[in-house]
Every structure is written in C-alpha cells, then in structure tokens.
Design a protein around this ligand. Structure first.
Ligand SMILES: Nc1ncnc2c1ncn2[C@@H]1O[C@H](COP(=O)(O)OP(=O)(O)OP(=O)(O)O)[C@@H](O)[C@H]1O
Ligand SMILES: [Mg+2]
Length: 399
C-alpha cells in the first residue's frame, strides 16, 4: 500500500509552500532542507579536514626546494628550518607527543633573510603566521602589547579557526632587544627585558590562554581558549656583538680583546652555543626553549645580484612591473648593477640596502613616468651615471 507524502518530513512544510519536494515511499524532503543539510555536511568536512591537513608532515627536501625559490643562499639555515619543521609537524601528528617541542632561533645580520625565511615557510605550510616585534612586548600588567596579544592576532590570521590557530607559526622578531643587560651596563628601560623573556617562557612552552572570540559569535565579551603547546615559535634577531662573544670563547681571550672582530664579515655561519646566548643576556630558560639555533651569513656580491635580478619576485622585476603600468620599459646595464651592489655592501644593511638604493635611483623616473609616456620615452636604461646621480631623463632630453 502506498501513501502520497505531501509534507517535508524534516520541516513539515506543505509541498505548495516550498520550491521542490523530493518524495520517496514514506518520507519526503524539501529543497530548503536539502540546502541546509548540504551546508551542515560542508562545515563538518571543513573541521575534520583542518584537523588532518594541518598535521601533514612535510618532506624536508621539498621544504628546502621551496625556500630556494624565494631566498638566496643561507643553505644551512634552510636545512635546519626544513628539518625542524618536519619534526615539529611529526610531533604534533602524534597524540602522545614523544618528542619535545624545539622552537627555532635565527641569528643573523640585518637584511639577510630571517623574516623572509619565516614568512616563506609559513606560506609553504599554509598555516596562519604572525610577526610579533619583541621590542613592543611587555610583561603582563604593563602598558604595551602583552605577550598574549600575539595569540589573538594568530587566531585572527586563522580566521577564527581554533584548530588552525593552534598549529600556526609565530615569528618573534628582534628578540636580541629583550636581552638582559649586564650589571655594568647603564640601566635603561631594558630592566623589563628579562621580564618579557620570563613572560614569553610560558607561552612558548604551552599555555592555555583566552582570547576574544571572532566570527559569528556576536557577543563581544565571549572568549575562546587557545592552547599554545603546538604553536611553533621562530625567534630572530641580529644579536649585534654576539660574534665577539663567540670569538672570545673560541680564541680563549677575555672580553675586551678582539674589539675589531665585530666588524668582521660572517662569511661562514657562526657556531653559537647556548652559553654564548646567556652571556649575551638571554636567560637560560629562554635559550633552552629555542634549541634549534642557526646563524645566517652576510650576503656576498653574487647573492645580492641574484636578489636583484633572479630570485622569484626579485626587486627589479617588481619595479619593472610598476613602470610597465605606464608602458615604459625599465632596464639596468651590467655596470649599474655592479655599482648598486658595491654601494649596498658598504652600508652593511644586507639586501635591505638594495631596496633603498633602487628607491633612490628610480625616484626621479617614477615621478616623471606619466610625462615620459606622453613624450614617447618608452624605454629607460639605468647606467652607472644614473646610479651615481639619479636624474630625470627629461633634463637630458632638453639639453
Ligand atoms: N637571502 C635572501 N634572499 C632573497 N631576498 C632577500 C634575502 N635576504 C634579504 N632579502 C630581501 O631583503 C628584504 C629584507 O629581508 P628580511 O626582512 O628577511 O631581513 P632580516 O634578516 O629579517 O633583517 P632585520 O634583522 O633587519 O629584520 C626582504 O624583503 C627581501 O626582499
Ligand atoms: Mg626581520
């Protein structure tokens, strides 16, 4: 015996009140309920997916290959990072967490790629990533950014997905600036340095902190709990003067000698021991939590040229893109590139210096781009002269 079903079995609406009613022998479902169920299934899939996706363990070689596309040189740092990342995600894919968490400390002169490495790594892993400047941090209770605010930002970077946030990466920049100063040093505001290091310890180790909820939770006072145990912390700093501490240890000289060493170039990565860092002013507990320590090298001439012209999204291609917008072709002759690198090497600002050099050289041209186009000047070749004295082509045309 068959009965005719004319109501949705889920919402009980009559078939005349809905767009479509799909009828089986004894039950029926309307188009609205089908949509609702579809959305529920999608959400469910998303949350189970995020659990497994985020613990996918990468292959160190693929990580390094990816980093090679965007970061020139720094091979040792890339290897250390690739292995550390692999171990980290191996560790968190295992419920029992047999391995201890080992966060990463990158030491290296300014403009050598510390931030770039961390940022590229996060992009490869497709995990939420935030940069927190250690100099802006204060101990809880003081005015300024307290250490937990970085977790709030990570949670926002994860679009309010708690699970994703808990597998993210925090890059702690300028950690050398929160070093404790030796007793003999002039006491300035750095008395708080040690306090900030202390405050960071708990967070790095793993703590449950509450942050304001975001997303569809309308009530602004609502908070969610984030466990920082599986968040990877990468710290970076220039640690100016650390090379002297290392040299003194290696050569067995006492501090004060070898003063000329601080201006020496790091052509080989420094081998830094935890003890060196403690001498520098980091507290032992802090050093202990960043057991993967690697130092970056100064970039040489060839590497700087590659950063200008070869690496993915290189600086010159970025400016060429800007000039292209005005239909003007931008070129550099070989001599001009050499000169730009020479000038950068003297400033000792790493690849950062290249950027300011290019800005200085290209400023007059960028200012006149619309006029160039109007006057049919559709190609600019930067020569040595234009590097030494950046001038608009309009003056040259007029003379
Ligand atoms: N090894 C590198 N390969 C490619 N580009 C680099 C490299 N190092 C630096 N750069 C370029 O220089 C810019 C600054 O580098 P980055 O921010 O990584 O420096 P940093 O080491 O973090 O310096 P700081 O200590 O001043 O923060 C980057 O945006 C990038 O364009
Ligand atoms: Mg940086």
């Amino acid at each position: 015996m068959s009965t005719t079903v004319d109501h949705c079995s889920f919402c009980d609406k009559h078939k005349d009140r809905v767009g479509k009613l799909i009828v089986s022998h004894t039950v029926a479902i309307c188009n609205e309920c089908v949509d609702l169920c579809g959305n529920l299934l999608k959400d469910n899939k998303k949350s189970t997916q995020s659990k497994t996706d985020q613990v996918a363990v990468p292959d160190p070689r693929s990580v390094k290959d990816y980093l090679d596309q965007f970061v020139i040189g720094q091979d040792l740092a890339k290897m250390v990072l690739s292995v550390a990342i692999t171990n980290h995600y191996k560790r968190i894919s295992d419920e029992e967490h047999v391995l201890d968490k080992s966060n990463i400390l990158m030491i290296g002169p300014t403009g050598t790629g510390k931030t770039l490495l961390a940022r590229t790594l996060a992009r490869y892993l497709d995990v939420p990533f935030v940069i927190a400047d250690a100099t802006c941090l204060t101990e809880t209770g003081y005015v300024g950014d307290d250490v937990e605010s970085m977790i709030t930002r990570l949670y926002a970077a994860a679009d309010g997905d708690i699970e994703r946030c808990q597998h993210g990466i925090v890059f702690l920049d300028e950690v050398d600036k929160i070093a404790r100063r030796s007793e003999s040093a002039v006491v300035t505001k750095d008395v708080s340095g040690e306090g900030v290091q202390q405050a960071l310890l708990k967070l790095v180790e793993g703590v449950k902190c509450r942050v304001p909820a975001i997303g569809n939770k309308k009530n602004s006072t609502e908070t969610v709990e984030i466990d920082t145990t599986d968040i990877l912390f990468i710290a970076g700093g220039a640690f100016v003067g650390l090379d002297r501490i290392v040299q003194n240890r290696v050569q067995g000289t006492s501090i004060g000698f070898g003063a000329n060493l601080s201006s020496a170039k790091h052509t080989k990565p420094m081998e830094v021991t935890p003890d060196d860092l403690v001498r520098y002013g980091m507290i032992p507990e802090f050093v202990g939590r960043f057991s993967n320590c690697v130092s970056l090298q100064d970039l040489d001439r060839e590497q700087l040229i590659s950063i200008l012209t070869q690496v993915n999204g290189n600086m010159i291609s970025q400016y060429q893109w800007l000039f292209d917008k005005d239909n003007v072709k931008l070129e550099f002759d070989a001599d001009s590139l050499d000169l730009i690198v020479d000038r950068t090497l003297t400033t000792r600002t790493g690849a950062r210096g290249l950027h300011s050099e290019l800005e200085r050289i290209l400023l007059p041209h960028m200012f006149d781009l619309p006029t160039y186009r109007a006057m049919d000047i559709l190609r600019i070749t930067i020569s040595k002269n234009l590097v030494n004295t950046p001038t608009t082509l309009l003056l040259q045309e007029n003379t």
